[in-house]
Ligand binder design. Structure first.
Ligand SMILES: Nc1ncnc2c1ncn2[C@@H]1O[C@H](COP(=O)(O)OP(=O)(O)OP(=O)(O)O)[C@@H](O)[C@H]1O
Length: 920
């Protein structure tokens, strides 16, 4: 009957209560076992390793006023059930130890004085009285442990972290909370200085509890896998990291995932929808996640802490341990969860000096901490009175998300951090009161273990694979909505599921036990039709693997794989931005993954059927063996007659023949199983490679999409800049033309006296009776013109872009000079014009947009005559038009010459000069 019950497809869910010692998978580990109870409650374990005599689990709570007496243990009410494994290996703890376990341990850590407190010359008001008690201003408190200013990170880990690692390995959910005033050392204790694996430096001694928890977890996993190789232990860890900021949940591993929702499901319990989970297999993986998550966390400076956490952060690791019982072919999975919670610090506005955004954050932090306190108060009350009450978990995201750790199925360690300074007296007292109330909570931790037959496990896997396939296909359709960003996340998820599923067949025992029992008899019916069934399975395997369009055969996939790799390798790294090719590859890989999933699910189905048949066959064999033994014994007891003996002999001969037949069939079945296993292994390897490649490609695709976005933005910027430059060039040209025009005008106006001056000079040399004042004025005008020309030449020599900045700075000076010059030449009208332009430029400085309008208006509103004038000016700038200009200048001078009767010689001199001046 027992066998039938096991082979039935009904899933066996076995949960052990907190009092049961979890299975010891390390029988050889001196004194240490996979102790479900933390060493805080065990005699063995790390207790001895920690400084002092730490015996928190058995320490009665302090009986200060208001402190509730320790609630009676409810352990006796929980029915005890044991697993076979447990019975074989476990060591039962003493009853006294069991009864004291509430599943909650509270530890207080007093940090050293900080710089501010030292400067203020604060005095210490907290003193450690013993390893588990302290006093603050004559009030005495007892907890599970007290760590003073001298405690190291290593000691904190041994007190809190190590027990949690052992709990987690044993299948208990575990949580570590850090609670306390802002700046009291929660973050330092929980994370500390996280090691950067790329730095090449050794891990810091200041790394906190969390990194140390994972260091130990991975080394213990390795140890367990080696020691229990025959049980085919298989561990898997996946981690997530979130923060609750202003009552909103954000994914710290995928910062684009904001405002995530907490959901509750009968099967999975409370979970966060859409939260990224990453598989980790070593410390580097965890460090990477911690650094990434902590980098994305909200921090801000307050007067009490320059790097104050403004949110609650929760790092969660789900550990799954699968193992197999060879005797009955049953598989078990132990699933435990470890939550590492760094709560935001409580703060008083007066003390922290928070204002604005910080004040709003502080309000939210205090509100959610008070809701946590409220839940803890009610739980403490329930534990004392034994009366059921509604616990308002749903009042805040924090309590809703972590309800399992608060009065539920988890072991809880609460680290309460305090400052020793008298300035923090009221905050420290309130933290210690909170710690006391937390100690009164009773959690009901059980080992989370499920035992199921292989075929059920496989069927579950098949269901998951099919669901995932459906989801993948529907997601593909939604690609447009989700965009490329979600694709890597989805691919990773599918790949992880497939990886998990692919790991399973490896844990299946190789073949049917070879039975060397000569005496074993077999019923004819036992093998009847087996040959047919094996044949049909064989056929199905081959047909299924070749049939229909999906052709999802591992063989085909196997053939396809080198192509993918070849494609990937052929890719020229220089053409990495060839998005289309990459997209094609990704699509092909996506198809391959789907094909692999379908093929794998089909193989698993066949494997599950074969497993079921195998288990049924083993059961029949056992029953036949028992029957034959019974018959033998009865025959011996009855004393066999000669006819009976003959009959028995003939039966024996038949049995031998059947045995031979059965042996052959068994070999065939074994071969079949081996073939299936090798096929599964091949698929596993191929799919694993494809999956990894796909994830990498998806990530590359994401990166390319981001780069494309950036490039498009840069292009837009460049366009804008180009337009801006063109505009500035135009403006520059207009300004140049205006300046030239003015120069010309001023030159022309001065040109009248100028020839006279030159002539005067000449006359001065030739005729000494020339008026000296006239000559001096002419010289001065000539010098002014030369200076102006020089400035213009400099201005012209600048490239427009270089000139722009200088232009703006120099504009005013230039204008001033021009104005001065104009004034010097008595050009009153021109001076007014310059003034007008000056104010226009001022406006330009103030408002660029206004300038554009001004320009446009200028261009639009210019009369045809003005345009003509503008064109004329521009033409002067154009070297091709210079000839015309020269002609007009020549006309001008010609006119003057005729009017004033200048000498030809003098005119030629002047004309040469003016040509030089125009020739910019
Ligand atoms: N035990 C300790 N030993 C040495 N330095 C410490 C200790 N505890 C805290 N510190 C230092 O005190 C400062 C504040 O600590 P931390 O940031 O951990 O406080 P917190 O409680 O997390 O504050 P908040 O709630 O504002 O985030 C940090 O610079 C940290 O390095």
């Amino acid at each position: 009957m027992a066998f039938q019950a096991r082979s039935s497809p009904v899933k066996h869910k076995i949960k052990r209560n907190a009092e049961n010692v979890p299975p010891n998978t390390t029988p050889g580990r001196g004194g240490s076992n996979l102790c479900g109870d933390s060493p805080l409650h065990c005699k063995s374990g790390v207790k001895a390793a920690v400084k002092g005599n730490f015996s928190a689990g058995t320490t009665p709570l302090h009986s200060s006023p208001g402190l509730p007496p320790r609630p009676p243990s409810s352990a006796s009410k929980i029915p005890k059930r044991k697993l076979l494994w447990e019975q074989q290996n476990s060591e039962q703890p003493a009853d006294s130890e069991k009864s004291s376990d509430t599943g909650v341990s509270v530890l207080v850590r007093v940090r050293p004085f900080n710089k501010k407190e030292l400067l203020e010359q604060s005095s210490a008001i907290i003193s450690k009285a013993s390893t588990n008690s302290l006093s603050i201003c004559d009030q005495h408190y007892t907890f599970d442990a007290v760590a003073d200013e001298d405690s190291t990170q290593e000691e904190m880990f041994k007190l809190v972290g190590l027990p949690m690692v052992e709990n987690c390995l044993a299948g208990f959910n575990s949580s570590i909370f850090a609670y306390g005033q802002t700046g009291s050392g929660k973050t330092y204790t929980m994370w500390g200085v996280v090691h950067d694996p790329t730095s090449g430096k050794p891990p810091s001694a200041e790394r906190g509890v969390t990194p140390r928890v994972f260091e130990t977890l991975f080394s213990r996993i390795k140890e367990e896998e080696t020691k229990n190789a025959e049980k085919q232990l298989f561990f898997q860890c996946r981690c997530s990291f979130l923060e609750i900021y202003n009552e909103q949940i954000a994914d710290l591993l995928e910062p684009r995932h904001k405002n995530l929702q907490v959901r509750e499901d009968v099967k999975t319990g409370v979970y966060v929808d859409n939260l990224t989970e990453e598989y980790v297999s070593n410390m580097d993986d965890v460090s990477r996640l911690l650094l990434k998550g902590l980098g994305n966390r909200r921090i801000g400076a307050t007067s009490l802490n320059t790097e104050s956490s403004r949110s609650h952060t929760v790092f969660t690791c789900v550990l799954e341990c699968r193992y197999k019982t060879l005797a009955d072919g049953m598989s078990s999975v132990r699933r435990s969860r470890i939550n590492l919670v760094d709560l935001a610090g409580s703060e008083r506005q007066k003390q922290s000096g928070a204002a604005g955004e910080r004040l709003k954050e502080a309000g939210n932090i205090n509100r959610s901490l008070s809701q946590l306190g409220n839940v803890i108060n009610i739980l403490a009350e329930i534990a004392q009175s034994g009366k059921q009450r509604h616990v308002p978990y749903r009042d805040s995201r924090l309590t809703f998300l972590l309800q399992e750790s608060l009065g539920g199925n988890a072991k809880l360690a609460m680290i309460c951090a305090v400052s020793p300074a008298d300035s923090c007296k009221s905050e420290s007292t309130s933290t210690l009161r909170f710690a006391q109330r937390a100690k009164a909570i009773q959690n009901k931790a059980v080992v989370n273990e499920e035992t199921t037959s292989d075929s059920n496990l496989l069927r579950e896997q098949i269901r998951q694979l099919k669901d995932e396939l459906k989801r993948m296909k529907s997601k593909e359709k939604q690609q447009g909505v989700d965009g490329p960003y979600s694709s890597a996340c989805n691919a990773r998820r599918s790949y992880n599921l497939l990886r998990l599923s692919l790991a399973l067949p490896m844990t299946v025992p190789a073949t049917v036990d070879s039975d060397s029992d000569e005496e074993m008899e077999i019923d004819e019916n036992a093998v009847e039709g087996r040959e047919n069934s094996v044949e049909s399975i064989k056929e199905n395997t081959v047909n299924d693997s070749r049939e229909n369009d999906h052709n999802a055969t591992p063989e085909k996939h196997d053939e396809q794989m080198p192509e993918y790799f070849a494609l990937a390798q052929q890719r020229d790294p220089d053409k990495a931005d060839d998005n289309q090719a990459r997209r094609r590859e990704v699509e092909e890989l996506q198809d391959a993954l789907e094909v692999a999933m379908t093929g794998h699910a089909r193989l698993l189905e066949q494997y599950a059927e074969l497993q079921e048949k195998h288990v049924a066959l083993v059961a029949k064999q056992r029953r036949i063996r028992e029957g034959v033994t019974d018959v033998r014994q009865m025959a011996m007891r009855a004393g066999a007659s000669s006819s009976q003996l003959k009959w028995l002999e003939s039966q024996a001969a038949q049995i031998v023949a059947l045995n031979l037949e059965r042996e052959q069939e068994r070999e065939a079945a074994n071969e079949e199983i081996e073939f299936l296993q090798s096929q599964l292994r091949d698929t596993a390897e191929a799919v694993q490679a494809a999956g990894e490649l796909l994830v990498r490609l998806k990530e590359a695709e994401e990166a390319a999409a981001i780069a494309n976005d950036a490039a498009a933005l840069a292009e837009q910027d460049a366009d804008r800049m180009y337009r801006e430059m063109e505009k500035l060039k135009r403006r520059h040209a207009t300004e140049m033309a205006t300046l030239q025009q003015r120069l010309l005008e001023s030159r022309l106006q001065r040109a009248a006296p100028c020839p006279m001056c030159v002539m005067a000079e000449r006359v001065k040399f030739q005729f000494t009776d020339v008026d000296p004042d006239t000559a001096a004025a002419a010289m001065e005008a000539e010098q002014d013109a030369a200076a102006l020309e020089q400035e213009l030449a400099q201005y012209k020599n600048h490239t427009p872009m270089e000139a722009i900045d200088e232009d703006e700075d120099e504009d005013e000076d230039e204008d001033e000079e021009l104005a001065a010059e104009s004034g010097g030449c008595d050009q009153q009208g021109q001076g007014e014009e310059l003034y007008a332009e000056d104010s226009w430029r001022e406006e330009d400085h103030r408002d660029d947009a206004a300038l554009e309008q001004e320009e446009e208006r200028y261009e639009e509103s210019s009369t045809p005559g003005e345009h003509k004038e503008g064109e004329k000016i521009a033409a002067r700038n154009d070297p091709c038009e210079q000839g015309e200009e020269e002609d007009s200048s020549r006309d001008y001078y010609e006119h003057h010459r005729q009017d004033d009767g200048f000498e030809d010689e003098i005119h030629d001199d002047l004309y040469d000069g003016s040509e030089d001046r125009c020739n910019f």
